[in-house]
Design a protein around this ligand. Structure first.
Ligand code: HXC
Ligand code: NAP
Length: 270
């Protein structure tokens, strides 16, 4: 254990898209340090096995079907969480959609689908949970999962880049607006994370060595590493951090979209 196992004892965390990939990893790491979990997404088959894993760690968890684009389904999860656990302290907006498509071929539905999940979904969940946090008066922590497309360009994912740029702007705006309520709002930008759907979709055909080669630290990230960043940002160790975006990416984002260069060969001075 890197963190104390009671670092988030008594806290309640709601992770959207918490059944698979990075969201599952975040839910597991939060539960290892004492949080109670709510995980929700469209597919119960994604959620049920993760909920069982969390319970096997000795933590409380419940899961519910929800489409972040459909506000009543979000409100229903929030109401149920308040009913069962007494409230929500931590919200992780992780649910997302992405696929590569040339912009000129992108249908309106394709645009709406991704912007609807990533940006509208973050609005729905953050407003529903934020209203509850404000009414309760105990503060809270909101963590938005973004990706470097929010500020760096690459072809064929303009819908997701635009949506995540919106999520990043929302992160900063709300950090300022909700400071008076003691609600901190931060983002995490993962680099390429091994074994995830996001990597599979955005770099299909690349080998793991290709993907690691684009990262200065020379490897892909692990799912747990995003979970640990979440534990830190949700904990009191980050009590003075709000409005920030933490890149967990082995310095991938410092490179821009340039390729790694080998050092120029220069004779060493005698
Ligand atoms: C072109 C596509 C398409 C594709 C879907 N569409 N896939 N267009 N290329 N590959 C179009 C459809 O034709 C349709 O438009 C519209 O998008 C909506 O499609 P649906 O299948 O009806 O949508 P829905 O069932 O709501 O599913 C949402 C989805 C899907 C986003 C399209 O892929 C999904 O469920 N994704 C969730 C998982 C995911 O994407 N994970 C990766 C997150 S990674 P028409 O006009 O035909 O009706 C990430 C960044 C990772 O965010 C960064 C890594 C480095
Ligand atoms: P993933 O496994 O496909 O996760 C996406 C999750 O979102 C799924 O659990 C999915 O569950 C849920 N979801 C999708 N649409 C939804 C909707 N309309 N309503 C509710 N839930 C919905 O992909 P991932 O790679 O782990 O990505 C997770 C997050 O990390 C995303 O925000 C992504 O942008 C970010 N990210 C990933 C990487 C990477 O390397 N993978 C890098 C940078 C950023 P259902 O299908 O059950 O709905």
């Amino acid at each position: 254990m890197i963190f104390r196992d009671d670092a988030l004892k008594g806290k309640v965390a709601f992770v959207t898209g918490g059944g698979t990939g990075i969201g599952r990893g975040i839910a597991l790491e939060l539960s290892r340090v004492g949080a109670k979990l709510i995980i929700a997404s469209r597919s119960l088959e994604h959620l049920e096995p993760t909920a069982r894993e969390i319970e096997a760690l000795g933590a409380e968890c419940f899961y519910m079907q929800m489409d972040v684009r459909v506000r009543p389904t979000v409100d229903h999860v929030v109401e149920e969480a308040i009913q069962r656990f007494g409230g929500i302290d931590i919200l992780v907006n992780n649910a997302a959609g992405n696929f590569l498509v040339p912009f000129e071929d992108m249908s309106e539905n394709a645009w709406r689908s991704v912007v609807g999940i990533d940006l509208d979904g973050t609005f729905h969940c953050t407003q529903a949970v934020g209203r509850h946090m404000i009414a309760r008066g105990g503060g809270g922590s909101v963590i938005n999962i973004v990706f470097s497309g929010a500020w760096q360009a690459a072809p064929y994912d303009a819908h997701a880049a635009a949506a995540k740029a919106g999520v990043l702007a929302l992160t900063r705006s709300l950090a300022v607006e909700w400071s008076r309520h003691g609600i901190r709002v931060n983002a995490i930008s993962p680099g390429p994370i091994r074994g995830t759907e996001g990597v599979r979709r955005l770099s299909a055909g690349a080998t793991e060595a290709d993907r690691a080669g684009g990262v200065p630290l020379g490897r892909m990230g692990e799912i747990e590493e995003i979970g640990w960043a979440c534990v830190f940002l949700a904990s009191d160790a980050a009590a003075f951090i709000t409005g920030e975006c933490l890149s967990v990416d082995g310095a991938r984002n410092q490179l821009g979209r340039s390729i790694l260069r080998t050092p120029p060969q220069r004779p060493r001075p005698e």
